[in-house]
Design a protein around this ligand. Structure first.
Ligand code: 3HC
Length: 704
């Protein structure tokens, strides 16, 4: 914290200085408090500017303090804001970069606000399962008007300062600075201009009403309940803002506080906070120093113009990098280019992309039969057929053409990256980049670190992953990496459940009710059941001791590959995605049971959900033990971003922690007694057993 009092203009500048985001943790809060006290007492100071050091004003309360007593220790954020507001000298907040959450609440406690252009302003607490708990729900409607404030608080989205400044009647921004670099000087000048003005304005004193309050809030509540039924915070935001319109400021503040404290302990809030930190921790690669120099990536080549290859190419075109898309037939290239063009065109139709941008992006794309562009590329991504021999051969050719220092990446989803890397003379330059389909949409990127992958290659692809707006998560080498290795166990369980008495719809509905975006059978129909079939055929040879339900094979033998054949676990009408229960599949399953003398039983929803989810958890525990996944949070991020796991449950490992690992182990022992299941699989992974015995958790380790 650094307080700079320049006596020549009588302005004290207090700098929030708590890298990386000027979070308002206890030390920072105390430092601002002390600085305000000093400035107030200093006869040479007539006004104060509160600004942020570095790239932003403040990202708000220190999320890492949540759940610890420090979060509430005095001066807490509320007391600090009250102290600033009651300062006898005007306090001007100078906003730049980002001013969100508690940072905005602090700024709203100041008497004036000067904002730099481009400053992102918002109250994103709802995304953490909270509401703004330091006056945000009470001051923002007074500053922006009830409707604009409600939209901002319920969506958690940020708005640029210049847009806010343009809103009719807004009182949030008193003056726009001409530029970010001019902000501090202009805020000083502004502070001087109001130094003697009394009474000092306070947002809390403004009127706060909605002309059709009853109707408006009833509508808002209904919309939120429908759009976000699993997020109590969203509804709580509406209620708190309604209080701002109906109660006195003090009463409204008390209401907000009560709701805030209640939300902090909800499972949803704990899950969302866990995911926020997990997502950011996932970017930290063990053994790779944060300052590891990156390799420059200015040109990309993608080998394979199929669905994956063309989707992958779009990610780089989107950030303005030239991409060479290479395939060995003109038909394949034409299909790849057409699919890219079609995707961009759809964005243009939705108004998300301009024709000009579309043309720019297509202009960066070179579709070619020649391997020549490989010699120019800094990053080469192989996206050919998922077959080890094919990939090794392609990597041999890439190795022969690529320039020294180029990064050679494989988009394999299951194969041994070390074997692929060994097909080149430069295994240190080889890495896995496992994009998820559709590759231009899905945010997950599994970065597979081979045993020889160089640290600077890891550093480069992790940063590049962020640049293309993915969430990169590192996985070690194993069959299926983190996501697919776990999903295989989940799908095995789904198969056993069919044998025992469930219909595909029962299984899907139970897990969708739990919150998954899609159950295993609908997912199979979407991805193509033939893909799983190919993997199982490989497994029957490699791991004959592992049992899979043969019902899925019988389905594929009937040619029911899913949506693409208009028939899979469900029936589909041409051109429609709606899954219709299939009589044919029902008969096929019934016949299987008869042939195998299985008397179907009623399986409870709870058993369906826990067999599926704990299958993920046990495999996840093995991945942690083997070091394939570095942290439980990484697994949760993979499942959130790539597999439709419900965010409000925090991912499979967090869910297991909150369910209680001893209860998970207990349930697994019960499942192991089911003769129709796989007793060997249900032996708890040693890590799980140990944590359960010691009262520990995957995400927190063992608590002493
Ligand atoms: N507290 C503590 N750490 C925070 C933080 C916060 N509020 N916000 C971000 N960080 C940390 C991240 O964990 C990360 O740490 P790391 O370098 O160790 O991984 C680092 O800051 C950088 O964060 P990002 O990777 O997210 O950086 P970006 O530049 O992509 O984004 C941001 C910056 C837009 C500020 C984004 O971090 C963000 O949205 N942060 C959360 C803001 C938020 O939710 N604020 C509300 C907090 S709750 C609150 O204020 C309660 C109050 O109402 C009472």
């Amino acid at each position: 914290m650094n307080t700079d009092v320049r006596h020549e203009d009588a302005v004290a500048v207090i700098m929030l200085d708590n890298p990386p985001v000027n979070g308002l943790g206890l030390v920072t809060r105390q430092a601002v408090w002390d600085a305000v006290e000093r400035a107030e007492a200093d006869g040479a100071v007539s006004c104060i500017v509160l600004a942020g050091a570095g790239k932003l004003f403040s990202a708000g309360a220190d999320i890492r303090e949540f759940g610890t007593p420090t979060a509430y220790r005095e001066p807490n954020l509320l007391s600090l804001i009250e102290r600033v507001q009651s300062c006898k000298k005007p306090v001007v907040a100078a906003l730049h970069g980002t001013c969100v959450g508690g940072g905005l609440e602090l700024a709203m406690g100041c008497h004036y606000r000067v904002a730099a252009p481009g400053c992102q302003i918002g109250l994103p607490e709802v995304k953490l399962g909270l509401l703004p708990g330091a006056g945000g729900t009470q001051r923002l409607p007074r500053a922006l008007g009830v409707e604009a404030a409600l939209n901002m608080v319920v969506s958690g989205e940020f708005m640029k300062s210049e847009r806010i400044a343009g809103l009719a009647g807004q009182r949030l921004i008193d003056q726009m600075a001409t530029s970010e670099s001019a902000l501090l000087n202009e805020a000083r000048a502004f502070a001087q201009s109001v130094a003697q003005a009394r009474p000092m304005p306070r947002l809390r004193d403004l009127d706060c009403q909605h002309p059709q309050g009853d109707g408006f809030f009833a509508f808002a509540r209904n919309s939120v309940k429908q759009a976000m039924p699993k997020y109590p915070a969203a509804l709580a935001c509406v209620n708190a803002i309604e209080s701002a319109t109906r109660l006195s400021f003090e009463q409204g503040m008390a209401k907000e506080r009560e709701i805030f404290l209640g939300l902090m302990d909800t499972p949803e809030c704990k899950s969302l906070r866990h995911l926020f930190l997990a997502e950011r921790n996932a970017a930290k690669v063990p053994g790779v120093a944060p300052d590891t120099p990156e390799r420059a990536v200015k040109r990309v080549a993608v080998v394979g113009a199929g669905t994956m290859g063309s989707g992958i190419a779009m990610n780089f075109l989107n950030i303005g990098l030239p991409v060479a898309l290479i395939d060995n037939t003109t038909e394949a290239l034409a299909r790849g280019v057409a699919s890219i063009q079609k995707n961009y065109q759809a964005q243009v139709s939705k108004g998300k992309l301009t024709e000009e941008r579309l043309a720019q992006r297509m202009g960066l794309l070179e579709a070619t039969l020649s391997l020549e562009p490989l010699s120019q590329a800094d990053l080469i991504i192989e996206a050919v057929f998922e077959d080890l021999l094919v990939k090794k051969e392609v990597f041999g050719r890439i190795d022969a053409m690529a320039k020294p220092g180029a990064i050679l990446a494989s988009n394999t989803s299951t194969l041994d990256l070390n074997v692929i890397a060994a097909a080149t003379a430069r295994p240190a330059d080889v890495v896995g980049l496992h994009f998820f389909s559709p590759a231009n949409v899905m945010r997950l990127l599994e970065v597979v670190r081979g045993e020889k992958t160089a640290p600077d290659v890891m550093a480069t692809v992790m940063k590049l992953g962020k640049r293309i707006k993915k969430t990169p998560v590192v996985s070690g080498v194993c069959d299926g990496f983190i996501g697919n290795r776990m999903i295989e166990q989940y799908i095995r369980q789904a198969g056993f459940l069919l044998e025992e008495g469930c219909t595909p719809r029962q299984v899907d509905q139970a897990i969708e009710k739990f919150g998954f975006a899609m159950g295993p059978f609908r997912m199979g129909d979407l991805a193509g059941n033939d893909i799983g079939w190919a993997i199982r055929k490989r497994r029957y040879v490699e791991k004959p001791q592992i049992r899979y339900s043969p019902i899925a094979d019988a389905l594929c033998e009937m040619g029911r590959f899913g949506q693409k054949t208009s028939a899979g676990w469900y029936d589909y009408q041409a051109g429609r995605r709606e899954a219709i229960e299939s009589a044919v599949v029902g008969q096929m399953i019934a016949k299987y049971r008869t042939d195998h003398q299985i008397t179907p039983r009623q399986v409870s929803e709870d058993e369906i959900v826990h067999r599926l989810v704990f299958a993920l958890v046990n495999e996840g525990a093995l991945l942690l033990e083997e070091g394939i996944a570095a942290r439980a949070g990484d697994i949760d991020v993979v499942y959130l971003m790539g597999y439709g796991f419900p965010p409000w449950r925090g991912g499979p490992m967090h869910y297991a922690d909150s369910y209680g690992l001893d209860r998970v182990v207990h349930a697994m022992k019960r499942f192991a007694q089911n003769p129709m299941d796989d007793a060997t699989f249900w032996q708890p992974a040693p890590l799980l057993r140990q944590l359960a015995q010691q009262g520990g958790s995957f995400t927190g380790g063992v608590t002493p």
